[in-house]
Design a protein around this ligand. Sequence first.
Ligand SMILES: Nc1ncnc2c1ncn2[C@@H]1O[C@H](COP(=O)(O)OP(=O)(O)OP(=O)(O)O)[C@@H](O)[C@H]1O
Length: 465
Amino acid sequence: MAKVPHAKILIADDEPLYLRTTGDLLRKAGYECICVADAHAAVEALSRESFDLVLSDLNMPGNAKLELLHQGREQWPNIPLIVITGVPSLPTAIESVRLGIADYLLKPVKYDDLLSSVRRALARPASNQPAAERNDDERRALAARFPEIIGDSPPMLELFDVIDRVAKTDANILITGESGTGKEVTARAIHRHSSRTEHKFQVIDCTAVPETLFESVLFGHVKGSFTGAVSDQDGLLRECNHGTAFFDEIGELPFPLQAKLLRVIQEQTFTPVGKNTFVQVDTRFLCATNRNLEMEMNAGRFRRDLFYRLGVIHLELPPLRDRSGDVVLLAQRFLQALRPRDSQVQGFSDEVLSRFQEYDWPGNIRELRNVVERAVALEPTEWIQISALPPALNPSRKIDSVSSNSFDNKSRVQAMDQAEHDYLTALLEQHEGNVSQAAEQAGMSRQGMHKLLKKHEISASQFRD
Ligand SMILES: Nc1ncnc2c1ncn2[C@@H]1O[C@H](COP(=O)(O)OP(=O)(O)OP(=O)(O)O)[C@@H](O)[C@H]1O
């Protein structure tokens, strides 16, 4: 990306040392810089002279309500603005993105990162208008841009609005929420709406990669660097260069590997196993977890610095029970999508729809989807009845009464499934949701246990305090 010749940059920050060094560095890179120590002085400078870019701190005198951002975007919408803060927070990040800022960086910023952000911002077209507040109808209209995400409840309309705004930035995003709430679907939607959409969306499931192989899977290795390294491998990160790396279940990433990941995110470089030269990448990081990372950090199991790096923007997806207006909508859409062409099923009985609305859906949307899929297959009439629902939604239904006429293979599978489900629930209860301990007692790997829990739509976090 070409540097805008003679670009003039306004830097506003109340830390004198930071102000001086940033100004010096950017001057050395050929820019003209004016440095001010508070928001008032910045607005004065903007009224007096013309600038091509503003770099603004958040916590500085005169900026308690982000006055510089608001006024700057309103009066000088064509001047791109980069926020640089030492104290990131979700409200300020969302507000900054809403106001159409060019980038949101965390201190300490590496010189190269700052320079590439400055170059990107200066190269952007001047039509960078601040994003106006949207009302519910406008947010509803946005939903059409995200056909993979079904929802019409207030938290989902808010989500469409935020995704639409953050997708275009390069900010790292942490997506939290219970299992099955749509974290991966949301991450894919963000990637699809980003400038990286032509490149790869790489899912890295932290529960599926054994700890000992993590570095080689992620960073690649050279032939012979360890037993079993029979050929050179590029690693997942190199494969999604210019794209998006989605770290699913980041809360499960073993502690020693968290420091390695932090380095990659900070420096966008890594060293393949068995090599001593580093590889440079340009990757956006999206992460998801159903763990409570605040609790994990307090317990010393998750690095706070990594949390701040990953969660420049933090999206919390609501559980389905808090989106009751969406349950019927989702069920109807799943029915349309999953009904085989020759199926006689037309829809749900009223009794089923009210059961759906009463139920608290611990497995969230994944569970609802599976319930609909199963009901379509089992229902012999045109309207899905309670009898086609699984025991959790139909407590009067016992395995033996379902199959009292035929102890066929289907009922055997059902009975075994139920037993396995009960076993896992009891095991997690005993270990208070600690998957590693539960896996150890069951004599299986952590990855195997995670797979099994997913199959049964059991979320270990339900068993933690
Ligand atoms: N809003 C939604 N609209 C339509 N389908 C959805 C929505 N949210 C989730 N789904 C569907 O529900 C299932 C689970 O979604 P997803 O894998 O994104 O959840 P998750 O939160 O990442 O789960 P986990 O924490 O278990 O990995 C998928 O089949 C997905 O397509």
